[in-house]
Design a binder for this molecule. Structure first.
Ligand SMILES: Cc1ncc(COP(=O)(O)O)c(C=O)c1O
Length: 372
């Protein structure tokens, strides 16, 4: 059987149209976008066009977009960039237990620098309760950071509701939209967020580029100091090559109409697995408030990594990690209160533009064979 890729939440292939807009910056155009002569004009134009394309997808102004090296940097810039301006004031951050390490680890770092952090719990489907967020707020809170959609189980958080709570308390709301952008609507006005992170390689753009939306009027301390690139928010000569790729990818995502078909394939996948495995499998994540491409399934009594090792031509992910021979349950599934014998058997299948019905049928057959 030909290799099947069902790990689009981990990364996506570069769309050919994205590669095409990048090619001139590999082969011909080399000027510095900040220079003022003929050699820089195509880079400068590409950079600003890309900024507008990203802004269009997020429904914001182009000058509210800062290019970064990816989702991790965008998250770090949001959290640390706001914290560093706090000076000596007590600083408290509210986040959730199911965030990506690109939020959790910066939070731990800020904790070492004197911030306090509250990690609000989630329910069994991975949902954050807006009331729990409200209760976590203290007089020292300056920031709430809750992810838009979870990378492992796909659960979509009630961001608009949390935004109302944040703003009623005079707080800023950041959301990590690395997984949601291009899959579900991510207009910043509708979400009501003040800062939002995206990662290029999750939307058919290359790795090494992402962006942070920073609402006009919000000041952050740069993480990288130097010249005044990106409106003084991130120093370093911008890559027109990577930005052009991200911009085109955002334009394509904006026009993409294939997501309902992806969702139907995802649901067919689940139906087929249910028909074959019955109650020996369990769905992890919210039944409907979930990314349309994501299917996290527990094969009860099995170990996810071992299942994947037995279907080596299927690329998918497992949240459980193996440390010195010991298998540990993914922190996300732990936070959801999933029992260890269920959670250990979790496999995340994430579908994308290239996924076909034949592939799904074939993967179901293979899983039946190895788990018979
Ligand atoms: C929810 C979430 N946030 C952040 C990141 C990190 O993005 P990047 O790999 O672009 O740094 C990822 C990538 O897996 C993610 O899924």
């Amino acid at each position: 059987m030909a290799p099947v890729y069902l790990d689009y939440n981990a990364s996506t292939p570069i769309d050919p149209a994205v590669a095409a807009v990048m090619r001139p910056f590999l082969e011909e155009s080399y000027g510095n976008p900040s220079s003022g002569h003929w050699a820089s004009s195509s880079a400068k134009a590409a950079l600003e066009r890309a900024r507008s394309q990203v802004a269009e997808l997020l429904g914001c102004a182009a000058d509210e977009i800062v290019f970064t090296s990816g989702g991790s940097e965008a998250n770090n810039l949001a959290l640390k960039g706001l914290f560093f301006l706090r000076g000596n004031r007590p600083s408290h951050i509210v986040t959730s237990q199911v965030e990506h390490p690109a939020i959790l680890v910066p939070c731990r770092f800020l904790d070492r620098l004197g911030a306090t952090v509250t990690y609000v719990p989630v329910d069994g489907s991975g949902l954050v309760g807006p009331d729990d967020v409200r209760k976590a707020i203290t007089t020292d809170t300056f920031l709430i950071s809750i992810m838009h959609a979870n990378n492992e189980v796909g659960t979509i958080q009630p961001i608009a509701e949390i935004a109302k709570i944040a703003h009623a308390n005079g707080l800023l709301l950041h959301t990590d939209a690395a997984q949601s952008v291009g899959k579900i609507p991510t207009k910043v006005q509708e979400l009501g967020v003040d800062l939002l992170s995206i990662a290029g390689h999750k939307v058919y753009a290359p790795k090494g580029i992402g962006a942070l939306y920073i609402r006009r009027g919000i000041t952050i301390e740069p993480l990288i100091h130097g010249a005044g690139h990106e409106g003084g928010r991130r120093a370093g000569t911008e890559s027109a090559l990577l930005a052009a790729g991200l911009g085109k990818a955002c334009e394509i995502a904006q026009e993409w109409t294939g997501m309902p078909a992806t969702q139907r394939l995802r649901d067919l996948f689940w139906d087929r697995l249910r028909a074959r495995f019955g109650n020996r499998i369990a769905l992890n994540g919210h039944p409907d408030q979930r990314l349309p491409n994501t299917l996290n399934v527990s094969f009860i009594g099995h170990v996810g990594a071992e299942i994947l090792a037995r279907v080596p031509n299927v690329a998918a992910s497992t949240g459980s990690a193996c440390h010195s021979g010991q298998i540990t349950l993914s922190p996300v599934l732990q936070a959801m209160g999933i029992a260890p014998d269920v959670g250990m058997g979790a496999v995340r299948f994430s579908l994308g533009r290239g996924t076909t019905r034949d592939e799904i049928e074939e993967v179901v057959d293979q899983l039946c064979r190895v788990l018979a």
